[in-house]
Design a protein around this ligand. Sequence first.
Ligand code: NAD
Length: 382
Amino acid sequence: MIKSTSAHKEYTVNLDERPYSIFLGRGVVSSMVIEVLKNKTANKDIVILFDANFAEEIDDILRLQLIQEGYNIYLYPMEAGKQNKTINQAIKIYELLETNNLSRDSTVIAVGGGVIGDLAGFVASTYLRGMNLIHVPTTITAMIDSSIGGKVAINFRKTINAIGSYYHPILSIIDMDFIKTLGIRDLRAGLAEIFKCAIIADKELFEYLKTKSESVFRRDEEVLLWIMSRAIEIKLNHVSGDVQERGKRLKLNYGHTIGHAIEVSTSVLEEVYRHGEGVALGMVGAAYIARKNFSQNSEILDLHEEVLRLYGLPIRVDAPAIGFDRMSLIDDCMINVQKDKKRKDNKLRFILPRDIGKCEVYSDISETMIREAFEYLIRGDK
Ligand SMILES: NC(=O)c1ccc[n+]([C@@H]2O[C@H](COP(=O)([O-])OP(=O)(O)OC[C@H]3O[C@@H](n4cnc5c(N)ncnc54)[C@H](O)[C@@H]3O)[C@@H](O)[C@H]2O)c1
């Protein structure tokens, strides 16, 4: 169900037995959190896991208002970036929860991008077999994607989101004000996930994006609200009835099989590609495979490259420029692509576009074809 006024939009999400709201608006974080907490729990203990970027703002965003209402607040600032979505971080938060004797009806609030949200969700879902969770996503990736649908996880060794579960929050609040401070790179990375939604399910959104890059980069609130709402609706539509990803939800992984392999293979010491940048590269790779496999669709790859380039997203990896030997990186990608979580019966499953707005799941893509896609994407001297 969607309730909407010019100032805000609210979705009621029914993905398990406990419906909750996703609220899009501005300047509403603390009032919404307090309202929902009062309705859902009498427990006053709260851990706020937040992106250390907001160290100066966290008092104003939430902490002082919650203290005024009599809540006990435990702050846990942490660095974002996928190298921090680890079991070691989770253990530190478990220690904070255990030392302060938080209980099942206490609440974990995540204020940050997808890394903070996934980690907070993972901890909230596992500590005492489940605490209350509230998402306050602060990147576009987190607003339209990671905070919705209940996937919570940490990375483990070379496998992205290796350990995790499905766990829904009691509230998610998207405050558009956070977009104002996003760096251009993170704005673009979030837009990659919006392109993903358009390519798998919404040609109109794709066409709209083609004409609106200037307004998007100006952070025109009306345009952002429109495209983000469409992406949220596509996400909810694909997740509803398939939370555990056995059917239509798989399509939301468009671009992720190749993208994750590139993300992992390049992140040896530190993050080279943001998640959204990996997804952009992965979509180009998938479109390349689609063009090769369905010759009627020769335009599809050009359309991807045109629009991703327009938004400043990567469409090739320049191996030497990021300190890699091209052939070794391709070999590593071929190893890491096999770690994809969507594997079934020992076969990779690829989501491939048949047209803009239409895609299907395929499990018969040959290793030769996958390698060819990496060779197309990854450039270098040799
Ligand atoms: N659970 C899911 O369904 C799902 C879906 C998509 C992505 N993810 C996960 O999300 C993660 C990527 O998310 P992300 O790109 O948000 O990463 P992130 O949390 O690392 O944030 C990216 C960068 O943006 C900064 N930042 C965050 N909010 C800001 C703001 N308002 N202003 C200025 N800077 C800000 C962070 O400090 C960081 O440098 C990956 O780990 C990915 O696996 C999960």
